[in-house]
Ligand binder design. Structure first.
Ligand SMILES: C[S@@+](CC[C@H](N)C(=O)[O-])C[C@H]1O[C@@H](n2cnc3c(N)ncnc32)[C@H](O)[C@@H]1O
Length: 181
């Protein structure tokens, strides 16, 4: 069946396409995030929620996941999929405003979303207040997309603190605000 056009660019759902799951390696990816139970996570640009359910399982009942998107249909589908999951909130946001509370997030995930941002530096700068003091931003995308993200992160005052290199097609970098700023 053909996908409605308003879902275009909103990613996939785990378990639907085996080749896609092999490429994205969701279990390995989530393990690489180093999540501990009780953490509060933002899944920015969650789309149809490729990682949202696994994030919710990783933080457990004492943790919380806020999954954001700008696309109404993605939000509707994700909300339906997450119905009954007490530790997930699905939140519609505006393209240039993360819509995240200050000082609240141990991890902010941007998975295959930064290429949509009108201004990566501005958006990453706006994300910063939402982090807890030890909070990290994780960014993942196809490897060819790494250079503009790393340049923007440095311009926005972040340090690349670590990187995970064992995904088939994707880079995964972890950012923290640079102490000098
Ligand atoms: C390719 S999908 C990625 C979905 C999922 N994160 C994944 O890794 O499969 C990108 C999503 O980002 C959303 N998006 C684009 N710009 C956004 C913004 N400024 N804030 C939040 N979400 C955004 C799109 O609507 C789309 O659903």
């Amino acid at each position: 069946m053909e996908e409605p056009t308003d879902l275009h660019g909103t990613g996939g759902v785990e378990g639907v396409d085996a080749a896609y799951d092999r490429a994205r390696q969701p279990a390995r990816f989530i393990a690489a995030l180093g999540i501990t139970p009780g953490q509060r996570i933002a899944d920015v640009g969650a789309g149809q929620g490729y990682f949202t359910q696994r994030l919710a399982e990783a933080v457990g009942p004492s943790g919380h996941v806020v999954a954001t998107d700008i696309n109404d249909e993605a939000i509707r589908r994700l909300a339906a999929r997450m119905l009954g999951r007490k530790n997930v909130e699905v939140r519609k946001v505006e393209p240039d405003a993360p819509g995240l509370e200050p000082g609240a997030y141990d991890l902010i995930l941007l998975s295959e979303v930064d290429h949509f941002l009108a201004d990566r530096v501005d958006y990453l700068t706006r994300l910063r207040p939402a982090l807890t003091p030890q909070g990290r931003i994780a960014v993942t995308h196809l490897r060819a997309m790494r250079p503009p993200l790393v340049a923007a992160a440095q311009a926005a005052g972040y340090t690349l603190v670590s990187e995970y290199n064992d995904l088939p097609d994707h880079y995964l970098v972890f950012l923290r605000p640079s102490v000098s700023r």
